[in-house]
Design a protein around this ligand. Structure first.
Ligand code: MN3
Length: 200
């Protein structure tokens, strides 16, 4: 079964005015769809990998054959990162965390304001294309920037909440103002989606 582009659970315009509909459309139907197509093209060369999930592939890149390892890292990472991203943002998002997210954030960062400031700082500090991720490392919520489409799962982490800072995620509306995009993005966080990741 080839990898498939997951449907968005909301309309492209649902995150307006924070994230514009055109950006959402190009991001999902363009960029994410291309990662899926390129991942499938890579796996087609090694049918013995076809039974692996994208999580399994990324968690053990060393076992992926040399000739497709970079393609799987980049396009599998792109597929995995975006599949999470669409579920941890949504309409009527933002505000203070609830449930398991609130507990994990309080335990590791003492309060949400500190967590938010550190996630924003990591996202601003990521030079060029990449992500800032909040993820579980040895069970504790941790924040770090990742280049390109790398994901904490390849370091043994459990990805919880990531923000895409590739220019394609914001350039149409925010141009070079990554900080403005990030401030707006916090208003789209779907804490129910984050809590489902912590429960999984
Ligand atoms: Mn992206």
């Amino acid at each position: 079964m080839p990898f498939e582009l997951p449907a968005l659970a909301y309309d492209f315009s649902a995150l307006e005015p924070h994230i514009d509909a055109r950006t959402m459309q190009v991001h999902h139907d363009g960029h994410h769809a291309t990662y899926v197509a390129n991942l499938n093209a890579a796996i087609d060369k090694h049918p013995e990998l076809a039974s692996r999930s994208v999580e399994q592939l990324l968690a053990d890149l060393a076992s992926v054959p040399d000739d497709i390892r970079t393609a799987v890292r980049n396009n599998g990472g792109g597929h995995f990162n975006h599949s999470i991203f669409w579920t941890v943002i949504g309409p009527q998002g933002g505000g203070e965390p609830s449930g398991a997210a609130a507990t994990a954030i309080t335990d590791a960062f003492s309060d949400y304001a500190t967590f938010k400031a550190q996630l924003k700082a990591a996202a601003l500090a990521q030079f060029g294309s990449g992500w800032a991720w909040a993820y579980l490392a040895q069970g504790k919520l941790t924040i770090k920037g990742f280049a390109n489409q790398d994901n904490p799962i390849s370091e043994g982490g459990v990805p919880v909440l990531g923000v895409d800072v590739w220019e394609h995620a914001y350039y149409l509306k925010y141009q070079n103002k990554r900080a403005d995009y990030l401030d707006a993005w916090f208003n789209t966080i779907n804490w129910n989606g984050v809590n489902q990741r912590l429960a999984g």
